[in-house]
Ligand binder design. Sequence first.
Ligand code: HEM
Length: 188
Amino acid sequence: MTLLERLKIETRTAHDRIETAIDLDRRIASRDGYRALLCRFYGFHVAWEGMAGDFAPDPHFFRRRCKTDLLVKDLRALGMTAREISRLPRCDSLMPLPAPAAVWGSMYVVEGSTLGGAVIARDVERRLGLNAETGCAYFRSYGRETAVMWKSFGTMLLTASSPEVDDLIVETANRTFDVMHDWLCEAP
Ligand code: HEM
């Protein structure tokens, strides 16, 4: 079994837990609720990118996948000022990444969220009428490139896989899901 297959199986419970707890229908029922959800995602990604960037194997590969700018674009489109955005709470409960290999487990969760994001983007468009220019760039993320980006992430991840580090990568993925869960789902 490849590391990608292991990750999918061994984090399924954590994925399903977050998918249920995020209560998307309620959050995107109104523009205000949706904006509040994006504020929480911003707080996660800005903190995560600051930390994970230090361990990233290839700065170009990592930067291309950063999502904070998309969130800023959405929040601006939804009426927030740059100053308000810069003062949003940031996720300070991030797990430390004790070893460079751990970044792969964490990045697996962040990159995989773009797959669900494509589904969420369709709901946001249908419910709130927002597109990539008017407040839904983050969930659209890589747009038509989503499958290609996921595949190339998987290829890179497999080059990092080895019997010595795979357990750590899976464990970090599960911890990342937990941190995200607490940050996104326990918010008001
Ligand atoms: C912040 C919350 C979420 C995170 C971090 C997350 C993370 C992930 C990850 C890591 C994968 C990759 C699974 C694999 O290895 O193939 C994935 C796939 C997926 N997720 Fe999520 N997800 C989240 C929320 C959601 C939500 C709310 C939905 C439903 C609207 C959803 C629907 C999906 C779908 C449809 C896939 C693709 C499954 C496949 O192609 O096999 N996710 N997600």
